[in-house]
Design a protein around this ligand. Structure first.
Ligand SMILES: [Zn+2]
Ligand SMILES: [Zn+2]
Length: 373
């Protein structure tokens, strides 16, 4: 797949009219279309049971049709405009494979089972939604306007985004099971009933505070203990900050942080609706604070974590090391003495300070923490 950094390196134009934009859209729409067709073919294996029932199938088919036709036409356009045909031909090829597999008329195969599954549909939905929101946002309100969408190491971070969607069943289990199995003794029915009887908004704010407080200390422990830092340094190995960079998290980091974060929420007995709302908000905010977006929200910068606040957490500056641990509430960092937000300034360099070089690539980064002495 063509990327702007590769294109720029090889001296190939990515300008409007060069066939690059049409080629990228052709490949993206073709790949999403092919993924959707595969979901229709193997619904039990590739779709998320809790989401399955919510799909308005006729609209999904219409959208799929639109995606595949657009992918094909844009592929043809790119081939006409561009000297290098690889992008356009890849988009056309993906569309043709999707069409051969049934295209938008693909029948839904087999009976639906509730067993182990891969969340391919969850990945595709997230990819479409987050791209639709964050790519224009980063174009319109960029902190660094020179930073391209396909920046250094985007493939690695997209791989993290892909795996977190595909493995949604595994990570949900790893989040919920340990609390239920190991901490059931902490549950006090009286307290749980009282918590669950509170209004939605009160419970939502309660979850947010409790979750960020736990997350703060778990995150701080990941920085403080070398055995844990091995895993968390993967997140800090990102040298470029944008919405996708936040996905770069080692599976051990994800399991421990979320698993421990869920314990007090489980013990206190919050109800399902505010908990679900929180899960959506935390995913959005965790993405937002990594984004290449200059929103500062200065009057409430101590209350709501912003990109500038979390970008300092990723700064290579010595003064910014082990600062800004909160995901939602910077006031926690003020409270515990780890707040660092120089006036109007942004970090100059991101990533790991010193001589540490984490290898690039999802697989290499998966094994890297276990190899270190
Ligand atoms: Zn960190
Ligand atoms: Zn981060």
């Amino acid at each position: 797949m063509g990327a702007r950094d590769d294109a720029a390196e090889s001296g190939v134009s990515t300008r409007f009219g060069s066939g690059w934009i049409s080629g990228v859209f052709s490949v993206a729409l073709g790949a999403i279309g092919l993924g959707a067709v595969l979901c229709f073919h193997f619904p039990s294996l590739l779709t998320t049971p809790s989401v399955r029932g919510l799909y308005p199938i006729p609209y999904v088919r219409a959208l799929l049709h639109l995606f595949l036709v657009s992918a094909f036409l844009l592929g043809v356009l790119s081939v006409f405009l561009r000297r290098g045909k690889r992008l356009g031909m890849s988009g056309i090829a993906l569309t043709l494979i999707a069409a051969l597999l049934g295209g938008s008329r693909v029948p839904i195969d087999g009976e639906l089972r509730n067993g182990p599954f891969l969340g391919l549909d969850w990945f595709l939905l997230n990819l479409i939604a987050y791209c639709a929101v964050f790519v224009p946002l980063e174009k319109l309100f960029a902190h660094d306007p020179q930073q391209p969408v396909f920046r250094k190491h985007w493939r690695t971070d997209l791989a993290y985004f892909f795996v977190s969607g595909i493995l949604v069943q595994v990570t949900t289990l790893l989040t919920l099971q340990p609390a239920m199995v190991l901490f059931s003794w902490t549950a006090r029915p009286g307290i749980q009933q009282w918590v669950a009887s509170q209004p939605f908004v009160v419970q939502f704010v309660g979850i947010l505070v409790v979750a960020d407080l736990t997350q703060y200390w778990v995150h701080r422990a990941f920085h403080a203990f070398p055995r844990l830092w091995r895993f968390h340094q993967i997140h800090h190995s990102a040298e470029v900050m944008d919405w996708l960079a936040g996905s770069r998290l080692h599976l051990v980091d994800v399991a421990v942080t979320r698993g421990l974060g869920y314990v007090p929420i489980y013990a206190l007995g919050f109800s399902e609706a505010p908990l679900f709302a929180y899960v959506v908000v935390v995913a959005a905010q965790a993405t937002f604070i990594h984004a290449n977006v200059r929103f500062d929200l200065r009057p409430i910068a101590w209350l709501v974590a912003t990109p500038r606040f979390h970008h300092w957490h990723h700064a290579a500056d010595a003064a910014a090391v082990d600062k800004n641990f909160a995901v939602h509430l910077p006031v926690l960092d003020k409270l515990f003495g780890t707040f660092h937000l120089p006036r109007r300034r942004w970090p100059a360099v991101y990533g790991l300070a010193g001589a540490v070089v984490v290898p690039d690539g999802w697989v290499r980064q998966l094994f890297y923490p276990f190899r270190q002495r």
